[in-house]
Design a protein around this ligand. Sequence first.
Ligand SMILES: *Cc1c(COP(=O)(O)O)cnc(C)c1O
Length: 360
Amino acid sequence: MTRVFNFSAGPAVLPEPVLEQAAAEMLDWHGSGMSVMEMSHRGKEFIAIAESAEADLRDLLGIPANYKVLFLQGGATLQFAMVPMNLLAGKKRADYVNTGEWSKKAIKEAKSFADVNVAASAEDANFTYVPEQARWTLDPASAYVHICSNETIGGVEFHWVPDTGSVPLVADMSSNILSQPIDVAKYGLIYAGAQKNIGPAGLTIVIVRDDLLGHAPKGTAGMLDYKVHADAQSMSNTPPTYAIYIAGLVFKWLKGQGGLAAVGEKNRAKAKLLYDFLDRSSLYRSPVRAADRSIMNVPFTLRDEALDEAFLKGAKERGMIQLKGHRSVGGMRASIYNAMPMEGVRLLVEYMKEFEAKQG
Ligand SMILES: *Cc1c(COP(=O)(O)O)cnc(C)c1O
């Protein structure tokens, strides 16, 4: 068996010990005589799996007791609609900060429900920075303020938490949740699709302050109402059981790594290795403003895009895949989520050096 170093933005690399444990438990979970996939979601075995996944996530992020954790489906994309559906609460307006492709998608969807105020945008510089809060034009009458805390495509990350006063802050953390400690109490709602930095596709995690529940307008389908899911412990219908199980194993693995402070340190070291190299090189370049660079998704370009194909081919020959940048940005992108070991980043930087030397 040969495993590659997978730099995909998502679905993405998972920790090897998690995959090994899942394989070992595939046919018979803890003496139950069945796979987790075959269990009733209402049976005591699966209830225990879901409860410990939630408890470990609460532990890792230090989620306060007045926040609910929901295990949903539909991806972060469904949250682009569920957020306005549930949080407008009779108001008309919502503030959005536009830092890139995922912000744009959230804004587009919200426009079906709300009068969207784009409080700040980085479009003027091709989404290569996070606009300082001093330049935002927040509307105090807005129901919430939405940010994308890490733009997976552009590689732009908030390294600070906006102060929105009493207006709830909502964050799409799909690609940087669990990458380092956060203060959950500064947010009204956090959501994340699992397939970037948590587990398999099909699971979406929502962390929501309980006073924001129960405001969906009459006529909202139950599946789109946070309160329905909260009241049913995310078992209003069949949840994505296997994805919840794998996410639970990942949470245990993260605790075993020393928790999010230790994980964050490793992530910063991995990102630093790559960015320091990019900044010293005359072949490669990071397009993102230094202060706003993502520690999870690192886009970079080669001086001459005619070299892209040869670069990708050589990387693949060395067991490094999915380095091609998003079609909207071009160039390369290395996603270096929690489960990407330092060894993978070192190998990438060594290869990049070697490739640069060959260009003369
Ligand atoms: C991947 C991604 C999404 C979309 O997630 P889906 O699960 O495909 O709906 C939204 N926001 C961000 C920041 C992402 O990285």
